[in-house]
Design a protein around this ligand. Structure first.
Ligand SMILES: CCCCCCCCCC(=O)SCCNC(=O)CCNC(=O)[C@H](O)C(C)(C)COP(=O)(O)OP(=O)(O)OC[C@H]1O[C@@H](n2cnc3c(N)ncnc32)[C@H](O)[C@@H]1OP(=O)(O)O
Length: 190
């Protein structure tokens, strides 16, 4: 369900995701490719006058929305969220294809950073940033099916927050797991 605010912008991001998917999987004739490019250029012309600073932009700010209205990472759909753990679902679409049906290796840290980073900063905790992210690729992460994602706090030591997470395929097998260290920022730290 779209949020009460900016429903048309949310729809725009959904259309952008759909375009990313379709363009990635397409092999169009040259005249169709040219027409599609012209349409994209028209979108850029339409939106350019409304460019704003980071604090005013909408993308990435909509925490209650899967993907936070940001098309960079695959949308993470939260099912259960607590102070110390979160679980949900994700689909790596064609846009995230690496090869032979497997999600691109770089797209997995992207998803883990999103899921672990989100959890690291919940429960009234102060903002933190990723210090490291260790990802183990256990088997291919398939493009297409819905995958289970789980993450939880392993431990907290002062400013250091250690979190772990897994991605499971439809058979329940772990395709990748990750451990991340998130360090709470000191006052004034960017
Ligand atoms: C709606 C919200 C949803 C959000 C979801 C997305 C979240 C995305 C989060 C991110 O991706 S943030 C962007 C990627 N990360 C960065 O750009 C961070 C760049 N690095 C830094 O800013 C600093 O290096 C950092 C804040 C991580 C740490 O620097 P500090 O100067 O604050 O920490 P310091 O060096 O004093 O280290 C503090 C402790 O952490 C430890 N530490 C820091 N970096 C480490 C490291 N890489 N490996 C191991 N330990 C590390 C360090 O040893 C020390 O341990 P001890 O307290 O026990 O002495």
């Amino acid at each position: 369900m779209p949020p009460a605010e900016h429903p048309e912008f949310v729809g725009l991001i959904e259309a952008l995701r759909a375009a990313q998917e379709t363009i990635t999987g397409a092999r169009p004739p040259e005249d169709v490719a040219r027409k599609a490019r012209e349409n994209l250029e028209e979108i850029t012309r339409l939106l350019s006058p409304f460019t704003v600073g980071e604090s005013e932009q909408l993308t990435g700010q909509m925490r209650g929305l899967p993907g936070r209205a940001q098309a960079l990472a695959p949308a993470f759909h939260v099912d259960v969220e607590g102070n110390d753990r979160v679980s949900g679902r994700v689909v790596f679409g064609r846009f995230y294809l690496g090869g032979n049906g497997a999600a691109h290796g770089g797209s997995l840290p992207l998803l883990f950073d999103e899921v672990l980073g989100r959890l690291a900063n919940t429960g009234g905790r102060s903002p933190s940033r990723t210090a490291y992210l260790h990802v183990n690729y256990r088997k291919i992460t398939p493009v297409g099916p819905e995958l289970r994602v789980e993450a939880h706090f392993d431990r907290e030591e002062g400013r250091k927050r250690y979190l772990v997470g897994t991605i499971r395929d439809p058979e329940g097998e772990i395709t990748a797991d990750a451990e991340g260290l998130f360090v709470a920022l000191r006052p004034g730290q960017p």
